[in-house]
Design a protein around this ligand. Structure first.
Ligand code: GN1
Ligand code: MG
Length: 364
């Protein structure tokens, strides 16, 4: 069955009976496959829906995942009545998914919006910071025991390293010889990279409900005024640390280049972007932060970047099983770009710490 027929079949199961016009592939996200599916309403107007094929290699319990999303979106909606929200459609038997062989489909409203991979407009960055900060504060009173871990140990950096060392031993794709330099560097920073995991295990950082995948392209901005409209991609909403969300956001938006830029020498953390994001994020979260969270917020950016280096390299060594790739060396390019960024962060850590402290003082 070709993709047109497949998507139409899925939409019909979600009880969309309008005239089918076609689909567009959305080139965003490295794990799930995303399509905008277009229909014509009886009055002739166009109407689109977002249909996703969830990656069940990454998400082993997609039904539990949809249950998480349902609860979290309902909680946020109850706090912001009338505001734009994600809404997942149901089948005739009230399920938010369609299982079809190894495919796991879901469908939600399509929100016309702008998204950014690289942002230099500091106003937009600040708005993204506010949106992710607010996401955490909106969920501060959510009972996290209601959530399953959609990917167990997702930000457990120690476990990520263990998996990498195991992959190195097995060398299933014969790629270990060519990545010696990267492995050596990752080994040299292992303890520093694992700081959040170690502090979490020691009970020194509070567990919160976090988004865990805070790339700036997971914020939908208004085409009219670039205000943040809604935070999307709730697959990894789980109990986590504040630093996971702040760190991953800076890793992505704070980089001078995209995360897979092959010109590694251009990668690095833009301190203006760092400051703008911190201002937005901390304007919402600072009042509830512990001293340890403040102290470790800047280093969390390094930790999250190093962790993703480990994950990209692990996947490269294992033969590209997890992340979608656009070329055979895509995961290696990603690894190298993230290493260059992480090294630059270490150089700028004192300044990053100072900026965090300033923003916290302003918001308390
Ligand atoms: C994946 O979901 P998506 O494609 O936006 C990954 C993140 C990585 C990111 C790197 C569930 O994000 O953890 O940081 O790629 N998501 C999952 O681009 O593994
Ligand atoms: Mg994601």
């Amino acid at each position: 069955m070709d993709l047109n027929e497949k998507l139409l079949q899925v939409c019909r199961l979600f009880r969309i009976d309008y005239e089918y016009l076609g689909y567009e592939t959305i080139q965003m996200g490295n794990v799930n496959r995303t399509y905008k599916v277009n229909f014509r309403l009886p009055d002739g107007k166009p109407k689109s829906f977002l249909v996703q094929d969830v990656n069940t290699y990454a998400f082993r319990n997609p039904v539990g995942l949809m249950d998480n999303i349902d609860k979290v979106t309902e909680h946020i909606r109850s706090k912001k009545p009338g505001q734009l929200a994600l809404h997942f459609h149901h089948t005739a038997d009230r399920k938010t998914y369609v299982i079809d062989g190894s495919d796991f489909w879901r469908m939600c409203n399509y929100v016309p919006a702008v998204t950014y991979n690289v942002v230099t407009d500091l106003n937009i960055v600040r708005n993204a910071g506010k949106a992710f900060g607010e996401f955490q504060t909106d969920l501060a009173d959510f009972d996290s025991t209601q959530l399953i871990e959609t990917i167990p140990g997702f930000h457990n950096t120690r476990k990520r390293y263990e998996s990498l060392w195991q992959a190195v031993q097995e060398d299933p794709a014969g790629r270990v010889a060519e990545v010696q330099e990267e492995l050596k560097w990752l080994r040299s920073v292992e303890d520093q990279a694992c700081i959040l995991t170690d502090l979490q295990n020691a009970g020194e950082l509070p567990l919160r409900v976090t988004h865990n995948d805070t790339k700036i392209n997971n914020v939908l901005f208004s085409p009219a005024d670039n205000s943040a409209m809604v935070v999307i991609d709730l697959d990894t909403v789980m109990p986590g640390l504040m630093g996971h969300d702040f760190g991953d956001a800076i890793r992505f938006a704070g980089n001078f280049v995209e995360e897979d830029c092959p010109e590694y020498e251009r990668a690095g953390v833009n301190l203006d972007v760092f400051r703008a994001f911190a201002e937005g994020f901390l304007s919402r979260t600072a009042p509830s932060m512990t001293d340890k969270e403040v102290e470790t917020l800047a280093i969390s950016c390094f930790a999250l970047t190093a962790e993703l280096c480990v994950r990209f390299l692990d996947d490269y060594i294992r033969g590209d099983k997890y992340f979608n790739i656009k070329s055979p060396d895509h995961n290696l390019v990603r690894t190298r770009c993230q290493i260059a960024l992480a090294k630059d962060m270490l150089k700028k850590m004192d300044e990053m710490d100072r900026i965090v402290q300033e923003c916290v003082n302003k918001s308390r």
